[in-house]
Design a protein around this ligand. Structure first.
Ligand SMILES: *Cc1c(COP(=O)(O)O)cnc(C)c1O
Length: 350
C-alpha cells in the first residue's frame, strides 16, 4: 500500500507472537512461558461473584484497588506504581514518553524482541549490543551509548540469566536517560531490582501478572518508579487502559502471595529436575532464573526438532535468529507435562 503509513512503519517487520491454540486437553503448550497452574482460588471467586451490571461504568483510571494491593505486597507507596494492559503496554508507554527520531534506544541482545519493535514504531535509533557468550552485561558499551531509554530484561528472555544487581546499579549511576528494567520473570528469580527504583529517579521496574500469577489472559502489568517519572507516563497512557475485571482479578491475585509463592516453588523444583533430565539427554542447558529453559540439542537441527515435537502435540519456542537458531526455549510445565516432553525427546533423538 502506497503512502498511507509513516515510512518507519512500512519498513517494520510485523511481530510474530508465539503460537496460541484453542485450549485442549491434549496439547502440551510450552512455547509462551505461561504458568501451568491455575490462578489463585480467590481470583476464581472474584470472577464468580463479579457484578456484571457494574461493567456499564468506566473503570477507575488509576486501577486504585489493584495498586493498593500491589503496594501492600511490595512495600512501596501507591503513588510509585502505575498499571498497564500487560507490561507490554507499559514498555510502549515508556517509549511514547521518551523515544523519538534522533534519540537512541539501547539494549543488550539477544533479548525480548518487543524493544526493537517499539523503537521502530517511534522511529528512534536502536543500538543493539551483543551479550558475551556467557551473558555478562556489556556495561561499558551500554554506558558509552547513553541512550534515552536503556532496556535490560532481568531475568532475560530467552537466555534465562539474571543481571547482577551491582551491574544494574552501575548502569543507573552513569546513564542520563531512563533505565527500564523488565522484571517479567522476577517471581522465579533470586532477588530483584526494586531497591534501585528507590535509589535512582531514572530507574523503572516493569512487572507482570502474566507469568508468576497465572493471569496472561487478563492482560495486567505494573511498574514501579519515582512519582516524578510516573507523572510523565500518566500523560501518555490511555485513560482507561486497564479494565474493571482485570483490576478486581489482579487485586485478588496480589493479595494471595502465599498461593503464588507455592506455585513458584513447584515450578522451580520442576525446572531443576527438567534441566538435569535434558542434560542427561545430551542437551546443553543454560542456567535459568525464569520459568523456561534455553537448551541446545547436542546435534541436529533445533528447528526440525521443534517441528517434530509439534507433530506430537508439544509446542516449544524456536527463534529463527542469529545465536538462537540452534536452540529451543522450553517453558517449564507441570512435572507430568515435562515427563511427556522428556519421553518424547528420547523417542525422537535416539
Ligand atoms: C512476557 C514478557 C513480557 C510481557 O508481559 P505481559 O504483561 O503479558 O505483556 C514483558 N517482557 C518480557 C521479557 C516477557 O517475557
Amino acid at each position: 500500500m502506497a503512502n498511507y503509513f509513516r515510512s518507519n512503519i512500512d519498513l517494520m517487520p510485523a511481530y510474530t507472537p508465539s503460537e496460541q491454540i484453542q485450549p485442549s486437553a491434549k496439547i502440551i503448550k510450552l512455547n509462551s512461558n505461561e504458568n501451568p497452574y491455575p490462578p489463585s482460588p480467590t481470583v476464581m471467586e472474584v470472577l464468580r461473584n463479579f457484578d456484571g451490571e457494574s461493567l456499564r461504568r468506566y473503570p477507575n483510571a488509576f486501577a486504585q484497588e489493584f495498586r493498593q494491593a500491589a503496594s501492600q505486597a511490595l512495600g512501596v507507596p501507591v503513588d510509585w506504581i502505575i498499571t498497564g494492559n500487560g507490561s507490554d503496554e507499559l514498555l510502549s508507554v515508556v517509549m511514547r514518553a521518551c523515544a523519538e527520531p534522533g534519540r537512541k534506544v539501547v539494549y543488550p541482545v539477544p533479548t525480548y524482541v518487543l524493544y526493537s519493535t517499539l523503537t521502530q514504531m517511534q522511529a528512534a535509533e536502536s543500538v543493539e549490543i551483543p551479550y558475551s557468550e556467557d551473558y555478562r552485561l556489556p556495561l561499558e558499551e551500554l554506558i558509552a551509548v547513553n541512550g534515552s531509554v536503556t532496556f535490560i530484561a532481568s531475568p532475560n528472555s530467552p537466555s534465562g540469566h539474571m543481571v547482577p544487581i551491582e551491574d544494574l546499579r552501575k548502569l543507573a549511576t552513569h546513564l542520563s536517560g531512563i533505565l527500564a528494567i523488565d522484571e517479567a520473570y522476577v517471581d522465579f528469580a533470586e532477588g530483584n531490582a526494586l531497591d534501585l527504583t528507590q535509589e535512582f529517579e531514572n530507574v523503572i521496574s516493569l512487572r507482570t501478572l502474566s507469568k508468576g500469577y497465572s493471569l496472561a489472559g487478563v492482560r495486567l502489568g505494573f511498574a514501579i518508579a519515582h512519582p516524578k517519572l510516573l507523572s510523565a507516563l500518566y500523560k501518555v497512557k490511555d485513560s482507561y487502559n486497564v479494565d474493571a475485571i482485570a483490576i478486581a482479578v489482579g487485586a485478588a491475585a496480589m493479595n494471595d502471595q502465599a498461593y503464588k509463592n507455592a506455585c513458584i516453588e513447584k515450578i522451580k523444583a520442576s525446572r531443576k529436575k527438567l534441566a538435569i533430565e535434558l542434560k542427561q539427554l545430551g542437551f546443553r542447558v543454560w542456567n535459568s532464573q525464569t520459568n523456561f529453559l534455553l537448551v541446545q540439542p547436542r546435534e541436529g537441527n533445533a528447528e526440525e526438532l521443534s517441528q517434530r515435537l509439534k507433530e506430537r502435540e508439544i509446542l516449544v519456542r524456536y527463534f529463527k535468529q542469529p545465536r538462537l537458531d540452534d536452540k529451543l526455549r522450553i517453558t517449564i510445565g507441570t512435572d507430568e507435562q515435562n515427563q511427556v516432553l522428556v519421553e518424547t525427546l528420547i523417542s525422537l533423538i535416539q
